[in-house]
Design a protein around this ligand. Structure first.
Ligand SMILES: [Zn+2]
Length: 327
């Protein structure tokens, strides 16, 4: 993906302006959905900050700095990605060691942390001090698609740059024509990622299709009776939803079911996540009040936020069932 394909003119302009006005901060959060071009934007900014021949706020792309950043081997630019579920404290300690080590090229140092919402609390704490008082000229670029799962203490020390949500309709068209996804699958996966490759993988992943099914089963049971949902959680559910990631995905899929109900109830032409379930959606949309729908949506959002904490997964879901009933 190049800058043009990334199609994030506002975020690019924002970063350029800070560079041109000599107002580059210690730390940024680049916040955008999966596949919106955060990594490309981070590389663009790193090149801009290190380029030897900037012209009108654009890195040249051909100098030694630009090329080494593109190839991922500039000595002043470091990268951190989660090691398993988390970014671990040792990774941050190693990063800080790299950042303060002598023998670097002169000038600004830059580090990028991908999926920054996966910083383990101990890693986040280690990072905090460094975000506040970096030694020398350092710029941090924290990338996330889940800004609200980040610690507030991290958020408050970073300047937030938001990437625009890519156009979903044209993206779905591409998934259907280029990759032959069905409309219903293209609708669902396009809610979860704007990364084409990832979307195609999801659409072919049996466990994802099962999660989509589980989400609907949960909603169907719950709308029959809360006790049904609890029984369901104790039986089929527990065998299939094994990790934090599983739970986060299924909760998102449940959230989109209720969002679809709202869309159907309001009658606007937002793209549904589950066009294949239109009949059921209409049935529920007719039966449930806006008040009830909004209580359910709030409860699911709250549950999704709790996934990152280490709360017991069954308990979290049972609480969800309880909270969804209010109103
Ligand atoms: Zn350059």
């Amino acid at each position: 993906m190049n800058l043009k394909e990334m199609n994030q003119p506002i975020a690019v302009a924002q970063l350029k302006k800070m560079y041109l006005n000599d107002r580059v901060s210690h730390a940024y959060v680049l916040d955008g959905p999966r596949g919106s071009g955060k990594k490309e934007l981070a590389l663009f900014f790193a090149q801009l900050l290190k380029c030897e021949d900037v012209v009108e706020g654009e890195p040249c792309g051909v100098c030694s700095s630009c090329r080494r950043i593109e190839e991922g081997n500039h000595p002043n630019v470091s990268y951190v990605v989660p090691d398993g579920q988390y970014i671990k404290k040792e990774q941050i300690e190693q990063l800080m060691h790299q950042m303060t080590r002598k023998g670097y090229e002169a000038g600004r140092k830059i580090y990028m942390i991908e999926e920054a919402h996966r910083l383990h609390p101990s890693a986040a704490n280690a990072l905090l001090k460094f975000l506040e008082e970096p030694e020398g000229s350092v710029t941090a670029l924290l990338l996330t698609d889940s800004y609200h799962s980040m610690l507030a203490t991290i958020q408050s020390r970073c300047q937030r740059v938001m990437l625009a949500r890519p156009d979903r309709r044209s993206y779905m068209e591409r998934l259907m024509t280029t990759y032959e996804l069905t409309e219903s699958l293209a609708s669902t996966v396009s809610q979860l990622t704007f990364d084409e490759e990832e979307a195609v993988e999801l659409s072919q992943d049996a466990s994802f299709l099962l999660k989509r099914h589980l989400a609907w089963q949960f909603v169907t049971k719950f709308e029959q009776a809360a006790e049904e949902a609890v029984l369901f959680l104790q039986q089929e559910w527990a065998n299939e939803v094994k990790s934090k990631e599983d739970l986060a995905t299924v909760l998102s899929l449940i959230l989109y079911i209720y969002r679809d109900m709202v869309t159907v109830k309001v009658g606007n032409d937002t793209i549904l996540t589950y066009p294949d379930e239109k009949k059921s959606l209409e049935k529920y949309a007719f039966r449930l009040t806006y008040e009830q729908l909004s209580v359910r949506l709030d409860a699911i959002l709250e549950a999704r936020r709790k996934v990152e904490s280490n709360m017991n997964r069954t308990l979290l879901m049972e609480q969800l069932v309880f909270n969804m009933q209010e109103g």
